[in-house]
Design a protein around this ligand. Structure first.
Ligand code: ZN
Length: 208
């Protein structure tokens, strides 16, 4: 099954506009800007208001922009009170770090796999300082979908301004395969709208 999905994704990548006609974002001013395979940040973009996440809810040394960090800590704290352990395993990543990650994928598994599983430097939402990967206490984000924490996040993250950024079967729109562990801060109002309409950020932006 997984192999079939992989082949389908390869065909879609071949025939898509991903990484073609790329738009460059120089200085994002809102929380709903899109960074994807057609919209990239510059190599020197570093958010000005990064703050470290409390290690009660995070691995050490993980940073988000201030509002996203506060929202994440509030969410993780409320979840914890209900018996759900939500831990940040990855947050802000610099352009240089993303370049290394992507190149490692290319080296290990080839170019197509790298484009399916990772983002080229400048095209990763993690450079925005508004994206976060989470796991439960096992820290095994790959299996996050099978946890009770995932069900909670799926139903409640929007209340704190986060959206499930790469939903199932939306690869042709987002350019990324389903990632149950990856959330993006867009602010409460937009997150609620996206949640209620069950759409992606790309679809939301197209319709405003
Ligand atoms: Zn991620």
């Amino acid at each position: 099954m997984e192999k079939i999905i992989y082949i389908l994704i390869l065909i879609m990548l071949e025939n898509s506009n991903f990484y073609k006609d790329v738009n460059t974002i120089y200085s994002p001013t809102s929380y709903d800007f899109i960074v994807n395979k057609n919209n990239k940040l510059t190599s020197d973009y570093v958010p000005y208001d990064l703050e470290v996440i409390d290690t009660k809810y995070s691995l050490e040394g993980k940073y988000l922009r201030k509002d996203a960090k506060i929202a994440f800590e509030n969410m993780a704290s409320d979840a914890k009170a209900l018996g759900f352990n939500i831990i940040c395993v990855s947050a802000y990543r610099s352009y240089d770090y993303q370049e290394k990650l992507y190149n490692n994928y290319v080296k290990d598994k080839g170019f197509y796999y790298a484009d399916m599983a990772s983002a080229r430097a400048g095209h990763s939402e993690h450079q925005t300082g508004l994206a976060i990967d989470v796991a439960n206490s096992s820290l095994d984000y790959d299996n996050f979908e099978d946890t009770k924490e995932f069900i909670w996040m799926k139903n409640n993250a929007y209340k704190y301004g986060f959206i499930l950024r790469y939903p199932k079967a939306k690869f042709h729109i987002t350019g990324f395969k389903y990632e149950p562990w990856h959330y993006r801060y867009v602010g409460e109002k937009i997150a609620k709208d996206i949640f209620d309409k069950n759409i992606t950020l790309e679809e939301y932006k197209k319709n405003i």
